[in-house]
Every structure is written in structure tokens, then in C-alpha cells.
Ligand binder design. Structure first.
Ligand code: 8DG
Ligand code: MG
Length: 134
């Protein structure tokens, strides 16, 4: 299966070590599940540029590529594509995240991440964040 979809995602972390999750709205694939903000990398973008753009579009916040540190990645075979999703961590950003695309946002403590159903691809990312932020 060679149909790889490249998506960048961000663990946005606040000064309290909480992580921002976004609930995918009705009408989108995986609706109702909680995800890390981000989206598909567009033609000509680096992963970091893509994520800076997505964070502005989805949350209305501003950050810089230098404020995005690689943390881990997800690799998961969905039925229609294989998801390859680098997960960056970002602690430095300007503005207060506000839903720009009809999603619900929630700051979640690392030990509570399992209370929020996530897409299957995200499952292995949870312990990485919990180990880092504990
Ligand atoms: N952003 C994000 N996408 C995820 C996560 N986990 C996961 O399986 N995905 C999947 C869902 C989608 O198939 C794909 C990302 O698509 P998306 O809907 O966020 O893409 P996008 O922001 O560019 O939105 P759109 O314009 O295509 O609607 O990756 C995650 O934690 N964050
Ligand atoms: Mg998105």
C-alpha cells in the first residue's frame, strides 16, 4: 500500500503542561473523535510551514517554525490511505486558541488523555506525551 497521506499535527502545551485537543466536527471523517490540531501538508510546504499555517487556520494562533520541535510520529493503515503523521510539540505561541472551524477545544492533563476518544492512529502517541510531561 503506497498511498501515503502526509499530515502534520501539534501537541500544543500550555504553562500548566496541559495539551490542547480538538474534537472533529460532524460531517468530517472521524467526527466526534479528539485529535491534535493539524492537517494535510500542501504542495510546496515543509511540514513545519504546514503546521504554522494549520495552527493559524484552525486555532487562530501564531507561531514560528523554530518553535515546533519534532516529538514522534504516527504511521497507520486506514482503509483508504496510509497515514504518516509527524507530531510536533509547541510551547511558544501568540494568541489564545479559539475554534475557527466549528471544532470543540479542550486543554487536557496528560494523565486524562485516555478519557478523550482519539483516532486509532493516535493511540501510540499518548504514552509518549505522558512520559514527556509527567
Ligand atoms: N489533524 C489531525 N489529523 C489526524 C489525527 N489523527 C488522525 O488519524 N488524523 C487524520 C484524520 C484525517 O484523515 C487526516 C487529517 O485531515 P484533516 O481533516 O485534519 O485535514 P485538514 O486539516 O487539511 O482539513 P481538510 O481541509 O482536508 O478538511 O489525518 C490527529 O491527531 N490530528
Ligand atoms: Mg485539520
Amino acid at each position: 500500500m503506497s498511498n501515503i497521506l502526509l499530515v502534520t499535527a501539534c501537541a500544543l502545551v500550555d504553562t500548566d503542561n496541559r495539551i490542547l485537543l480538538a474534537q472533529r466536527p460532524e460531517g468530517k471523517s472521524l467526527a466526534g473523535l479528539w485529535e491534535f490540531p493539524g492537517g494535510k501538508i500542501e504542495q510546496g510546504e515543509t511540514p513545519e510551514e504546514s503546521l504554522v499555517r494549520e495552527l493559524k487556520e484552525e486555532l487562530g494562533i501564531t507561531t514560528q517554525t523554530a518553535c515546533l520541535a519534532p516529538l514522534t510520529f504516527a504511521s497507520y493503515a486506514y482503509e483508504k490511505f496510509h497515514l504518516l503523521m509527524p507530531l510536533f510539540i509547541c510551547r511558544k505561541f501568540e494568541g489564545i486558541p479559539m475554534p475557527q472551524e466549528n471544532q470543540t477545544l479542550k486543554w487536557v492533563r496528560p494523565e486524562k488523555l485516555r478519557d478523550y476518544p482519539m483516532p486509532p492512529a493516535d493511540e501510540p502517541l499518548i504514552p509518549v506525551l505522558q512520559d514527556l510531561l509527567r
